[in-house]
Each structure stands twice: as C-alpha cells, then as structure tokens.
Design a protein around this ligand. Structure first.
Ligand code: F6R
Ligand code: MG
Ligand code: MG
Length: 367
C-alpha cells in the first residue's frame, strides 16, 4: 500500500519557561487527535521533545493533505487553550498566523512528510530536536548517507552502492522553495560545500539512487522567514526509513555520538553541542543543551508498533557525559567568538539597536 507518514510539530507552551509541555497540554492534544482523527488517520503517536509537541500520523492521503494538516492545526489550538488555562509560558507560540489556510507550511508549525510503497518490514526513525534548527541534521545525514567511514553499507551492500540523491534547500530564500539536487558520491564535495553552512543550506530529503525511493524527510521551515523576525529557533523534526536499500538504523544513529556543535541553546543565539536524550526529555542547562530524541518504529498497514527509545540505551550515557563537558567548555568563553552565533542568526534584535547607537559615537581619527 502507499502510505504517508506525517510529522507536524509546534511549541504551544511550556512549564518553567521553555522546558517542557505539561501533561494536561499533551493530553489535550492527544485527545483531539484521537477523537478528530478517527476517520482520517490509520494511527498516531503524540510526543514531546523539550518544549515541542510532535504529532506523528499515518494515513493514505498523501503529503500536504488539507484535512491532516487541519487536524494538527486544530489539535495545537485545542492544546493552546489548555496552555492558557494553566498559565504556561509562550502559549500558542508557534501558531504565527490567525487562520488555517490549506496546509501548515508558512503558518509556524514544522512539518516533515513522505509517501512510499510500504515494504514487508518497514523500520523507520522519527527524530525531534529542540533548541536548535534544521541544519542540525546536515552533518548526521551527510555521514550516514555519504560517508563510508560512518556507513559500511556504502561499500558492503549492493543495494546502496549507487549512492543517494540529496535535495538541499536554501532556507534564506523567502520567496519560495529554492532547492538543488546533488548526487553522492560523484558530487560529494559540492554537497559538503553547501552543508558546511547549516544556517543557510539544509537537507530537505534524500532518495536512493538505486530505486528512487525516499529515505529521509526533514522539516526545513525557518520561523523568522515567516514572522519577519526571530520568534524562536526552528526545532526540527525528521523521518528516516532504514535498512534494505537504506542505511541501517545503527548507521543513522552513529553520527549522533559526535555531539556536534549546532546553532541554538540560550536565546537561540549560541553554538552548543547536540545531546541525544531519552524520549520526552525536557530542557535544563543554559536553556539547553540542544537535544535530539529518536523514536524507532515498525509499522504495517499504517499501524504503528510501540516506540523504541533509540537514545535510552546505556551506550548514550557516555555520549551525554561528553556533550555536557563540551557544553561547559564552550560556556566558559561566554559571549566571545565561536560561543555565540553571528549577527544574522541572533534571536533577539536588542543588540542591533545597541550597535546602531554605538556606531554614531565612532569617530575617524584625523578626518
Ligand atoms: C531558546 C529559548 C530560550 C529563550 C529564553 C528567553 O530557543 O527558547 O532560551 O530564548 O528563555 O525567553 P524569553 O525571551 O521568552 O523570556
Ligand atoms: Mg520554545
Ligand atoms: Mg522548542
């Protein structure tokens, strides 16, 4: 059967600042999806990562389906009502527009979707990251789908030796989707040249070149491109199908052991290492560190198994420890140089006004 996986996520309010949604908020969203999605969806899974709530939905209606997107939008509205009742911080934060129009793209929530012919066994991974932006997935995806140092399948498996096609989006282009398609391995250096700039160039999708099947879908929305100013980081979600013609689950998970530095954390304005954490984790140190969760699933006919928590395994304890050390080391240099993002990426505009004021006080000696 042709199945569609849709993940739609939003930050609609949290406890204690930007830490985590309340149980009541999660329940309100779950209830809405269960009741209103009964005739629309085959199955659903509602979860939280940091202060974001994500709806994973299975159905046969294709991507950008109006009814599915409306369901998610209305579920977030229902949740926002609960968030307001409880006095949660930032209630309705990511619902940037007043009215729903066709699909959630451009309205605030992040969205990753793909449609495919279901395999007899259909393993897939659902990643959600908080306090960072979609470019956070550039490096793990490059390593998993293009680098044999990480992915032995690229040299061992005949199904993968044709390589993968990367669809990369220029997220600075606001007048429409500006994308390029590049093939690994032939265009590896071109792929690397773009992906090294994760605030501008973001992997949107990856396809098997052997079969044309889609392996990856990433949410690429940038909130400041919608609101015209920063309203928070873009906390991305990603779907990755694994095994057979795709990298193995372990090959996709392995790059997250790096704890690479990503944009985000406190006030969306820093460089901090990405920590793989158990499902449902909240946020703590320095409004961070940026976190990523991974729920592994199998499904059949759209019916999901229970979620397996891919980063709950004891292996990741050592990674988390190392990421915490890296985070402390970076924080030791406060606002200096590499610790903070460049001007264009800062989440707050106060500094622009400050610099404009100072600019007037500069004098050119001898002029
Ligand atoms: C980062 C984030 C937090 C807030 C910070 C200040 O994405 O959500 O670091 O930026 O807690 O929050 P406000 O400005 O809402 O008081
Ligand atoms: Mg938030
Ligand atoms: Mg968030």
């Amino acid at each position: 059967m042709k199945l569609t996986l849709s993940v739609i996520k939003a930050d609609i309010g949290s406890i204690g600042g930007h830490i985590a949604p309340s149980q009541a908020l999660l329940e309100a969203v779950r209830r809405h999806v269960a009741e209103q999605g009964r005739d629309l969806l085959l199955d659903s899974y509602v979860s939280s990562t940091g202060d974001d709530i994500a709806l994973l939905m299975t159905h046969t209606r294709g991507v950008r389906d109006e009814a599915v997107h409306r369901l998610a939008w209305d579920a977030f509205l229902a949740g926002t009502a609960t968030a307001k009742e409880q006095g949660l911080y930032g209630a309705g934060q990511d619902l940037l527009k007043d009215a729903f129009s066709g699909n959630v793209h451009g309205l605030g929530p992040a969205c990753a979707e793909m449609t495919f012919d279901e395999r007899p066994g259909e393993p897939f991974l659902f990643f959600a990251a908080d306090k960072t932006d979609p470019g956070a997935f550039n490096l793990p995806l490059y390593l998993a789908f293009a680098d044999p140092m990480n992915t032995p399948g690229l040299i061992l498996s005949p199904n993968m030796s044709a390589g993968f096609r990367f669809v990369i989006m220029d997220v600075n282009h606001t007048e429409g989707d500006r994308v390029i398609e590049l093939n690994a391995p032939e265009e590896l250096y071109d792929i690397a040249a773009l992906l090294r700039d994760p605030e501008r160039y973001v992997v949107e999708a990856i396809y098997s070149r052997a079969t044309g099947e889609q392996a990856v879908a990433v949410a690429t929305s940038r909130l400041h491109n919608i609101a015209g100013k920063y309203t928070g980081k873009d906390d991305p979600v990603m779907l990755v199908r694994t095994q057979m013609n795709f990298p193995a689950t372990g090959e996709v998970l392995a790059p997250f052991a790096l704890g690479h530095f990503v944009a985000g954390c406190m006030r969306g304005s820093h460089q901090m290492p990405l920590m793989p954490v158990p499902l449902g984790s909240g946020i703590s140190y320095f409004d961070g560190p940026p976190i990523v969760t991974c729920a592994a699933f199998a499904e059949h006919g759209g019916k999901l198994t229970e979620a397996m928590d891919a980063f709950a395994h004891p292996f990741w304890d050592e990674v988390r420890h190392r990421v915490a050390v890296k985070a402390r080391d970076m924080r030791a240099q406060g606002f200096f140089g590499a610790a903070m993002l460049p001007m264009s990426e800062l989440e707050y505009t106060g500094i622009t006004q400050k610099l404009a004021r100072l600019d007037e006080r500069f004098t050119v000696r001898g002029a």
